[in-house]
Design a protein around this ligand. Sequence first.
Ligand code: NI
Length: 185
Amino acid sequence: MILPIYTYGQPVLRKVAQDIPLDYPDLQQLIADMYETMEKSDGVGLAAPQIGKAIRLIVITLDPLKEDNPEYADFKRAYINPHIVEYDTSETDSYEEGCLSLPGIHEPVKRPKRVRLQWVDEQLQSHDEWIEGFHARVVQHEVDHLEGKVFTDRIAPLRKQLVKGKLNALQRGRVNAHYRVKPPR
Ligand code: NI
């Protein structure tokens, strides 16, 4: 089932999401719905607060990037209770990000290239791994959602000034997207 995406200004996007028990009701169905919602809206990642739930659950697909990165073919994963426990700040890069909750805004964001992530996968196996590259970038973007942050919180002050009008419009519920949304009211 495709779920509506909560957009900028919705209070749930500012909440710190909580870990869930692994017997969380209908968890596999929720993951399936999040995959479907992400794919139908052409996203590469989706965090549970974006569908109105303040829980630590994200889904990511890197398959759309397979032309430049063959290793990402069929890459589609769910991360239950993800936590970034270490940042390798020795190397950062800047890349233009967007977000399904902030349609119409694309801005470069500087992030570390490698992070150490702990999570539980769809088969309920625990992981503790260093991840890197585009994978690490998307994970950082999605885990930010679980901390009540959005990517425009991390852009340079001058750029933030430039997108202020767009953010205000979203906050007032003026949203233009090709997928189903749930704007603030
Ligand atoms: Ni996002």
